[in-house]
Design a protein around this ligand. Structure first.
Ligand SMILES: CC(C)(COP(=O)(O)OP(=O)(O)OC[C@H]1O[C@@H](n2cnc3c(N)ncnc32)[C@H](O)[C@@H]1OP(=O)(O)O)[C@@H](O)C(=O)NCCC(=O)NCCS
Length: 191
């Protein structure tokens, strides 16, 4: 996803001025729980990050800086007490950005990625965002399929953006009123 710069490390925990979006656990698959990511999760999240993004994994410091930054919100999903997925967004003015999203391979295809995307969108809307943006590697068909199914449109190709010279596709979605994003979750009501 994006590659935010690491500035001076903020001291206060993740806490946006606009209040926290409640976790809607009823739409998570059975056996999974979600909560806001904390400093205590960084090690587990980083282990997943290295497995899932071997070419361009974020360093531990990036996660520390991200979860402490006031414009960011990160969520982890757990199963049997272990972190199996995580995602984060940035909201500044009218734009939200998907910073990262990842689901452990054993837990893919169960709707967790879609659930996390819906959560990021709601968090962005709560913070005042009207548009959600994201970057995805051009060859990441699975992620692209998820975003396209949620209504994201490809708006730009950024050549050589990722390690190894891979292109990034920039995608965007117009967000609607609070809790009214156009997604499978709200239209099909099964996740
Ligand atoms: C991309 C990722 C987050 C998706 O998470 P997930 O929990 O498997 O996704 P979900 O089960 O919620 O959603 C699956 C949707 O993705 C799409 N999808 C799933 N597998 C797909 C495939 N092989 N090809 C195309 N689209 C696919 C479909 O739209 C599917 O919706 P459906 O099940 O209703 O048909 C996950 O695969 C992942 O973490 N990949 C590795 C890290 C990564 O690439 N992160 C994204 C960086 S931009």
């Amino acid at each position: 996803m994006t590659q935010p710069s690491i500035g001076p490390r903020p001291t206060r925990p993740q806490e946006l001025e606009t209040g926290e979006e409640p976790i809607d656990a009823s739409t998570l698959p059975e056996g999974y729980q979600a909560r806001a990511m904390t400093l205590a999760d960084v090690e587990a999240v980083h282990e997943l990050e290295i497995r899932l993004f071997p070419e361009d994994a974020w360093p531990v410091d990036m996660f520390l800086a991200e979860i402490c930054h006031p414009t960011r919100r990160y969520t982890v999903v757990e199963c049997d007490g272990a972190v199996v997925a995580y995602a984060g967004m940035m909201a500044v003015a009218e734009t939200g950005d998907v910073q990262t999203i990842a689901v452990a391979p054993r837990h893919e295809g169960r709707g967790i990625g879609r659930w996390l995307m819906n959560r990021l969108q709601r968090q962005a809307m709560r913070a005042g965002a009207e548009t959600m943006m994201l970057e995805v590697r051009a060859d990441n068909m699975r992620a692209h399929g998820l975003y396209a199914s949620m209504g994201y449109a490809s708006i730009h190709r950024r050549r050589g953006y990722y390690a190894g010279g891979h292109d990034a596709i920039i995608m965007s979605l117009e967000l609607h009123g609070p809790h009214e994003s156009i997604t499978k979750e709200t239209t099909d009501d099964h996740r």
